[in-house]
Design a protein around this ligand. Structure first.
Ligand code: HEM
Length: 396
């Protein structure tokens, strides 16, 4: 990763940095400390960013679209916009509504149930490749491939193009935080890949998501602009891959490091739905950002116009005021209104798909290898999507 040497953080309340190795390794104690000391921290890094750590404050920002804009949804070293936008995630009201409504039908529970057999086949093909080897990497050999192949199938593009997709996601979500040129190269490559496909699907529509998007119209009857379709397709890759891959990876990591929970799930698969929700809560992968559009105050903290807010749904999910024993993973937790899929108007459109993929990935793995454990050094991603990137496991 091409990244400038970073000054280590001395004071997390006034100088926090989500790219600091301590945060990347284990952010939970940092957030717990901030929640006690000053629930809304600030940093001058990245041109000024606020960090709410309590559920109530994260929720207040997420719901307040009058003062907080989604125009910029990532914290970057530079002040550039996110490069063409990705509606609806980068849209504010009133434009947000239409961009969102159009994406809902392909992600209904019924539409997602139809994809489940495909997802099970993908998982089993991946497991076939390593089950007899005695070891595998839960992130590299398993988690990262599942969402890429499912999304490729949805978009009607070759599943083998997964490496390309991952490279673009890395450009936008990781390296792009500190390297603007790298982010733009990724965005241009994505556009060059999808534009001809959009043309082709206009002429020869199929039953894929690109064909669905190019035939959508605005209320005045005019067709969706190319940039709108491109933005939404880009969003499918950026929102649908890294997130779910990280979510699956964290489930597998937990089961590898907590034999008691793993054995309990194997013995009683009816616990699967509450276990998946609990993994989503405890290891929520996605942190977003907002730009302060207009000065305001929340919980005694003034938010200055033009600065950013890191909207940590993962920190909200560990708030003990909202979740008793918040740092404990309780796989049969009953009350679990977690914020892993966001809060407010931008709540995740792909949550049915994500839940299905997480469930299927864990179920198929446990069916075929009920016993596995950590086999080497685990590393975690940097940036705003959190999950294991190296997860060496030994089988048996
Ligand atoms: C475990 C996996 C996932 C997690 C944790 C997750 C999390 C989130 C979160 C926190 C938001 C809110 C963003 C904000 O407030 O700015 C969001 C929005 C969104 N997600 Fe997901 N997501 C996941 C998977 C997916 C998948 C598989 C798709 C689709 C392929 C998807 C599509 C979207 C879209 C389109 C939005 C924007 C909705 C809007 O702006 O109205 N996500 N997601």
């Amino acid at each position: 990763m091409q990244q400038r040497a970073r000054t280590p953080v001395q004071d997390w309340t006034t100088d926090w940095d989500h790219l600091d190795p301590q945060w990347i390794e284990d952010p939970y104690p940092i957030w717990a400390d901030l929640r006690q000391k000053c629930p809304i921290a600030h940093t001058e890094r990245f041109n000024g960013v606020y960090l709410p750590t309590r559920y109530a404050d994260v929720r207040a920002v997420a719901y307040d679209t009058d003062h907080f804009s989604s125009r910029r949804t990532a914290i970057r070293e530079t002040h550039h916009e996110s490069g063409g936008g990705a509606p609806p995630i980068t849209s504010d009201p009133p434009k947000h509504r239409l961009a969102r409504m159009v994406l809902l039908p392909p992600f209904t529970p019924k539409a997602i149930a139809a994809l489940e057999p495909k997802a099970r086949r993908i998982c089993n093909q991946l497991i076939d490749a390593f089950i007899d080897k005695g070891s595998f990497d839960g992130a590299v050999d398993y988690a990262q491939h599942i969402p890429v192949r499912v999304i490729a199938h949805l978009l009607g593009v070759p599943e083998d193009d997964g490496d390309l997709f991952r490279d673009w996601i890395n450009a936008v979500l990781n390296e792009g935080i500190t390297d603007y040129e790298r982010m733009m190269r990724g965005l241009v490559e994505m556009t060059d890949y999808f534009r001809p496909l959009m043309e082709q699907r206009r002429k020869h529509p199929g039953d894929d998501l690109i064909s669905y998007l190019v035939k959508q119209t605005y209320p005045d009857g005019s067709p969706f602009k190319d940039n709108h379709v491109l933005g939404s397709v880009r969003l499918m890759l950026i929102a649908g891959i890294d997130t779910t891959w990280s979510g699956i990876g964290s489930c597998v990591w937990h089961l590898a490091t907590h034999a008691d929970d793993r054995r309990r799930l194997v013995a009683d698969p009816s616990l699967m739905p509450t276990a998946i929700e609990e993994f989503l809560r405890a290891y929520a992968p996605v942190t977003m950002a907002r730009e302060v559009k207009q000065e305001t105050e929340i919980n005694g903290c003034r938010f200055k116009q033009g600065e950013m807010v890191l909207l940590s749904f993962p920190a909200a999910n560990r708030d003990p005021e909202m979740f008793p024993d918040a740092d404990k993973v309780i796989i049969d937790r009953k009350e679990n209104r977690h914020a892993a899929f966001g809060l407010g108007i931008h709540r995740c459109i792909g949550s049915n798909l994500a839940r299905m993929e997480l469930t299927v990935a864990v179920e198929e793995l446990l069916k075929r290898m009920p016993e596995f454990g950590i086999g080497g050094e685990v590393t975690w991603s940097e940036g705003t999507v959190r999950g294991p990137r190296k997860l060496p496991l030994k089988i048996g």
